[in-house]
Design a protein around this ligand. Structure first.
Ligand code: NAP
Length: 290
């Protein structure tokens, strides 16, 4: 049945993220039931209008939509296996961070129990939930997604990627890889500049402007990767990038800074050049990864 103001929702797990999600549902006037393994974490939510459940079974039986926001894959099974029968014919939406294979395993487990399963990857920190800018990526049951969309959008913008329950998690991890590499690059640059007496705060605005400008090149890189043709007539082939990266690594070593964030890129370039690909485009680096 499609979502409405009367749709009942249960949140399993009241860590920082579960609290934020449940708060968004309560603020959206949805009848909300909450449960947490360790008692005593539901006081603020109950004061705001949620119903506290004493057991997982009670929490599951209370609602049509069950949102699990636990620690990891193991904790999802520990919590849900004993109530599989009660979950049958309900909408299970798992927002716990799980790897793509773990998400697929949970979808298969759910299907085996007649449970409609949607998996989600949260692209936000708890204070962002219910605010513009928060986004949650979904894959798995399209029916659950469509039927629950209104309630899900109380928490964050909701995007659906397809029936493969592991796809949302794969997107999540791909984006986090991008994020960690970006922050790692900032740490490397800030460490190098600190040896010249420049603070990280002084470096930050320049780093933001530079990263923002460089991010505009991503679609062009993507086009080259998807075409799979790495010939280039511009100067910036792998040989060109190697000379730049080698100089950056030397600069870090000269300043007694460990080049650990930039070194893996040097390794990838060195390997391709040793294999005779120095005249290929920088984007060929993806072939060394896959
Ligand atoms: P958290 O504050 O550490 O809370 C973890 C929750 O999991 C608690 O409710 C905890 O219950 C419960 N839990 C742990 N092991 C359990 C088990 N074996 N059985 C039942 N419950 C168990 O974490 P969080 O920030 O809420 O994150 C929850 C999920 O959201 C994680 O998968 C996380 O990766 C994901 N996420 C978080 C963020 C973020 O910025 N926080 C962002 C994106 C995604 P107890 O109180 O009993 O320990």
């Amino acid at each position: 049945m499609a979502d409405s103001k009367n749709t009942t929702v249960t949140v399993l797990g009241l860590g920082a993220m579960g609290q934020a999600l449940a708060t968004a549902f309560v603020k959206g006037d949805r009848p909300t039931t909450v449960w947490n393994r360790t008692p005593g974490k539901d006081a603020d939510l109950v004061a705001a209008g949620a119903t506290g459940a004493a057991t997982v079974r009670e929490a599951v039986l209370a609602s049509e939509v069950i949102v699990a926001v636990l620690l990891d894959h193991a904790s999802v099974h520990q919590t849900l296996d004993p109530v599989a029968a009660e979950l049958t014919d309900r909408r299970l939406i798992n927002l716990t961070t799980t790897s793509p294979e773990e998400s697929r395993e949970l979808a298969a487990w759910a299907a085996g129990h007649g449970i409609d399963y949607l998996d989600g990857g949260i692209m936000a920190v708890p204070p962002m939930i219910g605010q513009p800018g928060a986004s949650i990526l979904y894959s798995g049951s399209q029916q659950v997604f469509e039927d629950s969309r209104e309630i899900l959008e109380l928490a964050a913008a909701a995007d659906y990627f397809g029936a493969d329950a592991g796809l949302a998690s794969t997107y999540d991890f791909a984006l986090l890889t991008n994020m960690y590499a970006m922050f790692g690059g900032f740490f490397q640059g800030a460490a190098l500049l600190s040896k010249s007496g420049v603070s990280a705060s002084d470096f930050a605005p320049r780093a933001v402007a530079w990263v923002t400008a460089m991010a505009q090149l991503i679609p062009a890189y993507a086009g080259v990767i998807d075409a799979g043709t790495y010939t280039t007539d511009v100067l910036q082939d792998l040989d060109f990038h190697k000379s730049a990266i080698d100089a950056i690594v030397r600069a870090n070593r000269d300043a007694a800074v460990s080049p650990e964030f930039i070194a893996p890129i040097k390794n990838l370039l060195d390997r391709q050049i040793a294999d005779g690909n120095g005249k290929a485009a920088f984007e060929r680096t993806i072939e060394e990864l896959r």
